[in-house]
Design a protein around this ligand. Structure first.
Ligand code: A2P
Length: 266
């Protein structure tokens, strides 16, 4: 199949049968932040339920056996639309096509959401740390827009580290918009935003691991709870630091004091 044919299939109605376990949804908006990052919003099926922080498998109707990739849902569970924040992987089997979607196109979404970055997997605490690199901030865009987060925690600290300043624009916008959010605005003062750019001049340049090492971010196993999402190296290193501080990894069946999302790629 030529590139042109694939693009025509994305633009139009799906030309392949949609299996029972998949929703075919319409793209509502697309915003490109950099040549590597974009956000898109799609319609939400009326029957689709998820917990803030979960992910779904996303694909395109451009082949009989579409390529699916795990995408954290960036919108909160109460939202009428579904938002996703994506990297553009050079020659990536899904993202090389997904990055070209425009409003009106069809996106496929498997019906079953899942994930560990959910309130159910954490024991009660006072402060919630959300540690992310790159597009790993997506599930936290859901968590910080969910009122339940502010019912469960007194303070929320959103840490987002990227190589370049432009890559932080998604989270900057997110935090800025929270202040005027009719549902979350009253809690906005309890969210601390800690952006960092590691390879360009910026107000903060440290990696998350360095911020923990230096004590700029302190981990107290009694009161602090942690969610981690980002590159594999960062997950491994921050998990080790959490364990060294006395935190215990949780899951849906056995809540703990920190959780990691391993399904995440990008
Ligand atoms: P750095 O620029 O110092 O490598 P990437 O684009 O490679 O996924 O990196 C995204 C961000 O995560 C960058 O700011 C990068 O910092 C940081 N990072 C990469 N590896 C680690 C790690 N092992 N621990 C903490 N932060 C990391």
């Amino acid at each position: 199949m030529t590139m042109g044919a694939i693009e025509m299939n994305i633009q139009g109605k799906p030309t392949f049968p949609i299996p029972d376990n998949v929703f075919a949804e319409t793209v509502l908006s697309v915003h490109h932040y950099t040549d590597r990052l974009f956000k898109f919003r799609i319609t939400r099926p009326a029957s689709f339920r998820f917990r803030s922080g979960e992910f779904v498998m996303i694909g395109l109707p451009n082949a009989e056996r579409p390529v699916y990739r795990a995408y954290s849902i960036a919108s909160p569970s109460w939202d009428e639309e579904l938002e996703f924040f994506s990297i553009k992987v050079p020659d990536g089997p899904l993202t090389e096509h997904l990055q070209k979607i425009v409003p009106g196109d069809t996106v496929l979404m498997r019906k079953k959401p899942t994930g560990t970055l959910v309130h159910d997997a954490l024991l009660p605490g006072k402060r919630l740390y959300l540690f992310s690199t790159g597009t790993g901030v997506a599930p936290f865009a859901s968590i910080v827009r969910d009122p339940e987060t502010y019912e469960k925690f007194e303070e929320i600290v959103l840490v987002h580290t990227c190589r370049q300043v432009a890559e932080l624009e998604y989270s900057r916008e997110l935090v800025e918009a929270l202040k005027d959010d009719p549902l979350i605005g009253e809690f906005a003062s309890r969210l601390r935003y800690v952006p960092s750019a590691t390879r360009e001049p910026f107000m903060r340049n440290a990696r998350i691991t360095t911020m923990i090492e230096t004590g700029e971010l302190s981990l107290d196993p009694e009161h602090d709870r942690v969610m981690i999402c980002g590159s594999m190296d960062m997950l491994r290193d921050v998990k080790a630091q959490c364990e060294a501080a006395g935190l215990v990894e949780g899951s849906n069946s056995a809540p703990g004091t920190f959780v990691v999302e391993r399904a995440f790629v990008g």
